[in-house]
Design a protein around this ligand. Structure first.
Ligand code: TA6
Length: 301
């Protein structure tokens, strides 16, 4: 659909408009007195979010690709219908296909208090059914106010049960990984993906000093990223999730990724709202599941 047509149908004054973004990818630009944000139609991918009187909250690699079918490195990629590598077929794309496909805008709304809302949908087609043989519809709702709320709703439109795993793969920008502490996971069990998936227990607050790739299980808690360098706290609240993923590739893995600057591991950390590991979801025919992440920024006293 042409930008002119989609703007006529869904733009909200100058506060929510559709423009050609990086690499020519169509994006939705939010600009209100509350915040600014950008969402790519490809992958319904939230690329950035910045509350008024705060600095940017989401990290985006300076080397990210912006090409059709290629996941953007940073922001909030949607990992679905599987999280991580495909459980049975490594030839299938990591983290599923939702983040690589073009989603369709279905609605935009002005809510109270200068908050704007965008809804997008992804439906099955012959390509998706080759990758995942189910009829489904996915809906993403992005609500931009002083907080950012992202909700993924999955609807099993097939006649057979559907089991899937997913994550809102939040990338956060920080002053420096050495000045950052993550709390909210104390006492939680986790799967340590850099130690052969060993089960471990989180002792106290989490500081990151090496490659870190953990799936915390049985946790519904908010997570807090305390950034002492920028004297701010990022709060990640969630609904519909009992697992949280924390990831930082560190130096060697960052250098091995073409879309990740060698030094950029120091300025980012992922705290992901997930349905991963034994928190995967099984939907009966017609059943729906909602996964929601709510991101806000507070001063760090
Ligand atoms: O969420 C952590 C993780 O599963 C890591 O294992 C790493 O693969 C990361 O996601 C990024 O995956 P991607 O396919 O986007 O490079």
């Amino acid at each position: 659909m042409k930008l002119e047509t989609i703007n006529r149908q869904f733009a909200i004054d100058k506060q929510l408009i559709f423009i050609a973004g990086p690499g020519g990818l169509p994006v939705i630009q939010f600009k209100t007195r509350q915040a600014s944000a950008t969402v790519a139609l490809q992958g319904a991918h939230v690329m950035d979010f910045q509350p008024r009187d705060a600095s940017p909250v989401l990290w985006l690699s300076r080397l990210s690709h912006f090409k059709p079918g290629k996941a953007i490195r940073g922001g909030i990629p949607i990992c679905w219908p599987w999280f991580g590598n495909h459980p049975a077929d490594s030839s299938k794309p990591a983290h599923g296909f939702a983040r690589n496909r073009l989603w369709e805008v279905t609605a935009t709304h002005r809510l109270p208090n200068e908050t704007l809302q965008l809804q997008m949908t992804l439906k099955n087609d012959t390509e998706t059914r080759q990758l995942w043989p189910w009829h489904f519809s996915a809906r993403l709702t992005v609500t931009v106010g002083h907080e950012l709320e992202v909700e993924l709703q999955i609807h099993n439109r097939d006649e057979k049960p559907a089991t899937c795993s997913c994550a809102l793969h939040n990338y956060f920008v920080i002053s420096d990984i050495n000045d950052t502490v993550i709390t909210g996971l104390e006492g939680c069990r986790y799967i340590d993906k850099v130690a052969d998936n060993q089960p471990r227990l989180q002792q106290g607050p989490l500081t990151i000093t090496a490659e870190t790739d953990r799936i915390y299980v049985d946790t519904r808690s908010d997570c807090l990223i305390d950034d002492c360098g920028w004297k701010r706290r990022i709060r990640i609240a969630k609904q519909g999730s009992r697992s949280t993923v924390v990831w930082n590739p560190w130096q060697e893995k960052a250098a091995a990724m073409a879309d990740f600057g060698n030094d950029e591991y120091r300025s980012m950390v992922c705290v992901e709202t997930a349905n991963a590991a034994d928190d995967r979801i099984t939907l009966a025919p017609g059943e729906k599941h909602r996964l929601l992440t709510r991101i806000s920024v507070e001063p760090l006293c």
